[in-house]
Design a protein around this ligand. Structure first.
Ligand SMILES: [Zn+2]
Ligand SMILES: [Zn+2]
Length: 168
């Protein structure tokens, strides 16, 4: 059975609606407050731009580029340089997962405890698509933990390839 692929980076006009990881307003709000609390210990101040950015990233839990993030409804009217700086700082603070092929079209996704997503990354254009890995890797995580003596072993998968738009 082929893996189910949810294409995330096609233009909205020709993108088939596919199930996505979305959080309700209340769940996202609670999560954002927890993240901000943690960020305050790292020297962050709670600003409206920070809260809006985190809320967008929590409500629509998918990897997004700077351009996508900056054009989201609650962020579109804001100073894009500020948004850029916040994303860089959040990445440094370790609350974001960064995806992409080398520096090409870097995508950022909020790390949410308990959420697991694996992705396909196009080596040509940098498009990112979610992939449902048919074989769960939890047994492998347990085995690695047992063999190494390490605790809380987890994984993130990124598969690299050439997307249908780039394939000749
Ligand atoms: Zn998720
Ligand atoms: Zn491509």
């Amino acid at each position: 059975m082929p893996p189910v692929i949810k294409n995330l980076s096609q233009p909205a006009s020709n993108r088939a609606r596919s199930p996505r990881c979305t959080l309700s307003k209340s769940v996202a709000g609670e999560l954002v407050e927890q993240v901000i609390k943690r960020l305050k210990t790292k020297g962050f101040r709670r600003t409206e731009a920070l809260a809006s950015l985190l809320t967008e990233m929590a409500r629509s839990h998918r990897p997004m580029t700077f351009a996508e993030l900056g054009s989201l409804p609650s962020l579109a009217g804001r100073d894009q340089a500020t948004i850029y700086r916040i994303i860089v700082k959040l990445d440094e603070a370790g609350v974001l997962r960064r995806l992409g092929f080398r520096d090409r079209a870097a995508h950022y996704q909020l790390i949410i405890p308990g959420h697991h997503h694996d992705y396909l990354v196009c080596k040509s254009c940098g498009t990112v698509a979610e992939v449902d890995v048919p074989q769960p890797l939890e047994p492998l995580e347990k085995e690695i933990a047992a063999q190494s003596g390490w605790k809380a072993v987890e994984h993130e998968l990124e598969f690299f390839g050439v997307c249908p738009s780039c394939a000749p």
